[in-house]
Ligand binder design. Structure first.
Ligand code: MN
Length: 277
């Protein structure tokens, strides 16, 4: 295929960044064990975040644009996201840690994503959220630009949507001459307000932002939000739609919550095969 990605290296295989260094652990030294535990968590976090970038590209949720972030539980108030680049090419060395106002926490001044404020504002507003995906997934766009349309769960795989997906109208904060991008914490906070307690928010004329308790869940939801949009449009050509009841959505979400890693493992393997071919 025409796409050629940079092979990603697992930090567990030795490509630690300068932020994470493994040292030999002396068994009797409990204080050392205490120090290294967060480091292991960060290495795992970075590996998962690299895989998430590859999956989102392979599944068609992102293209050259879009991004995914993970909250750093070892350092509250910060999150990890790639530098300004296409998700399919992200490696562990491309990940940068930011505070919720979009400033690099480790002095890493490499070119950032313009819209990183989306992530910080959502993490600040939602303590239950551990990962955020922002995309321009084409199938979701119609539901943000047709005032009468509402994106809602129409099959069990996307039951996490719950009910009507809220829509963020950037004109409410930036007027009618913006470039539609979330370029500040203030605009990010307005987006987070529109998201409310939902699992996703549409951004009129722009894309969508999806959240999860962890990166596996956020990726799963980003994939199935886009698929739900496609199914909903196709079904609407046939006649009036039936969507899930609120109770069905809750029950199906509880069932599928235990199955998310099955999808993650498959998608990760597919993305790895694509990247190395
Ligand atoms: Mn965008």
């Amino acid at each position: 295929m025409a796409f050629v990605a940079v092979p990603w290296r697992s930090s567990a295989q030795g490509s630690c960044t300068r932020h994470v260094t493994f040292k030999p652990l002396a068994r009797a030294d409990q204080s050392q064990a205490f120090v290294e535990r967060p480091l292991r968590q960060i290495m795992s976090l970075k590996d998962d975040l690299v895989i998430a970038n590859r999956i989102l590209y392979a599944q068609g949720v992102v293209d050259a644009f879009g991004h995914v972030s993970v909250r750093d539980e070892t350092d509250p108030g910060t999150y990890w996201i790639a530098r300004n680049m296409a998700p399919a090419s992200v490696t562990a060395d491309d990940l940068i840690r930011y505070d919720y106002d979009g400033a690099p926490s480790d002095g890493d001044e490499r070119r950032p994503y313009l819209e990183r404020y989306i992530h910080g504002s959502v993490f600040r507003a939602r303590s239950d959220v551990g990962a955020v995906v922002h995309s321009h997934a084409q199938s979701t766009i119609p539901f943000g630009i047709v005032p009468e349309a509402r994106l809602r769960p129409v099959w069990h795989m996307s039951s996490f949507i719950g009910g009507d997906v809220p829509i963020f109208e950037i004109r409410d904060v930036e007027g009618d001459a913006s470039d539609l991008l979330v370029r500040s914490s203030a605009t990010g906070d307005a987006l987070a307000h529109s998201l409310g307690q939902s699992t996703a928010v549409l951004m009129r004329g722009h894309g969508a932002t999806v959240v999860g308790r962890n990166v596996h869940e956020a990726v799963f939801r980003a994939v199935y939000l886009a698929l739900n949009a496609r199914v909903q449009v196709e079904a609407s050509r046939l006649g009036a739609l039936m969507s899930l009841t609120a109770a069905e959505a809750i029950a199906a979400t509880a069932t599928i919550a235990g199955q998310i890693d099955r999808a993650w493992d498959l998608w990760a393997a597919e993305a790895a095969a694509t990247s190395s071919s």
